[in-house]
Design a protein around this ligand. Sequence first.
Ligand code: GTP
Ligand code: MG
Length: 508
Amino acid sequence: MKPEGKAIDIVAVGLGQAGGNLAAELSRRGYRALALNTATTDLSSLSTSGLSLPEEYRMYIGIDGYDGAGGDINYGRECITVNAGKIRERVSEHVAGADVVLITAGLGGGTGSAVAELVKTLSDLSLPMMVLATLPNEHESGIAKVNAVRAVNELVKESLLGWIFVDNSRLAKNYGDVSLSKYYAEINKIILEPIDALNQLNSREDISPIRSLDGEDFRTLLLSGGIITLATASLPRLTVDAVMQAVREGALHSSINPEGFQLENVSYMGVVIEAPEAMLIDTPYTFFEHINEQLKEETGGAAIHMGVYRLNDKHAPATIRLFCSSQQLPDGISEMVAQAKREGGQLRAKLQRGLTGLDLGEIEEYELFRSSPGTIRRPRMTEGSPSEIPPRLPGKGPARPTAPRNAPVISSRPQTSIPPPSAATMPDRDAYDQMVKEFKESADDDVKKRVSERLEKDQKSDNSLVRYYAVRAMSKLDPELFAAALQAATLDEDATVRAVAMKALNRS
Ligand SMILES: Nc1nc2c(ncn2[C@@H]2O[C@H](COP(=O)(O)OP(=O)(O)OP(=O)(O)O)[C@@H](O)[C@H]2O)c(=O)[nH]1
Ligand SMILES: [Mg+2]
């Protein structure tokens, strides 16, 4: 079932919105693709032009009644665990016979950041899995960055055949003037072009091989078990120095992948040179050998696969396509961890690079959403009236002891679980879920009023997590009732808060 003209049968499985969009781009390029999402809204956006995937290749993996993970990585994980059987069945049917199963995801949101859980879920199937994951943009929220570095840390511990990290910040710098409506469709083309180009090198009609990098070479490179970076450069002249310069530059400053791939860490390298006849005729045979030797030296003995092709277009500049695979995380990822630490505000320990994982310091323990798989998005207690349900204490402790069922009601005001303002402590997600439940279940207007006032107050909090929980609660309750607060939240400095508010207002 190999797609026509491709050396390797790559099949995409996208997770979350970015993952689905990237899978749609692979589908446009002729590959099989499937999109998994916890949000029906995200899945239905895959019918837009430029980002389209037929409905039969979109699979909802949410928990009934909820639309998306809203940045909550634990909920993303839980959705995958709850739907594990269904996912395994659908994916194994979809990827049958694939040479590579490319799992695509955007790290930062709650669904895509749970990609390691998807890898674990599929591990029983013994598939040839690789992951392509985007890293958040610089301007994205601290929550997105913490989610992303934790996801990277989990991912590099999984036994995969390769990892491709994509630096959304670099893409935004280079392609920031593309219109908003076409932006993701356009950058996804740029992200996937280099892999697709190498995969169809030998069936292109605009080039002919002088020394080919064949399908088996490409398979060896792709499945070399490292972190991959790809780069493409144009050269006006073909000299050993110019090619070496382009290779060094491409590894260090790819426009797609994180920066800082050091040549000495590269274990596998592919270099393809495409040049018009006029350039090739002036190039001695030793050029090829010199480049090969120099690359071996600078990489400290990497396996080098080279190809040279004649371009039919006589006036085109030469193109260099570079593929590197390394056992070390590039410096650009360390920079993102540093940002997450700064912006998380509580994160200290130093970064250690390497495939054994990142030392995330406190990020590892930093429970942004205060939930654990299996406890979230469901009423936590089934007995008793809502007023008997205590909130969880902020911090580590268990739920407060419940008052005996027959205990006298001390306050004459209707009892609610509204938590104390949490200025000095970590905000507690369960408490906000509890407020939503009480608002919905109570017939007492006073309870509803107190919950509303509390949420509106928290929407103005200095703490972005408190604002996030408040806005998320409003969006679950009645976006029309909270229209003014939600409108204000669309201007929030935190991108995740803005996104949740905008989504709620669009729904209402
Ligand atoms: N390169 C690229 N990045 C994207 C695309 N769509 C979203 N992103 C980025 O991917 C990251 C995660 O966003 P989403 O994919 O929307 O999040 P999600 O996985 O759906 O998670 P939830 O919405 O929380 O359920 C963010 O950093 C976005 O900027 C896309 O099509 N291409
Ligand atoms: Mg989403």
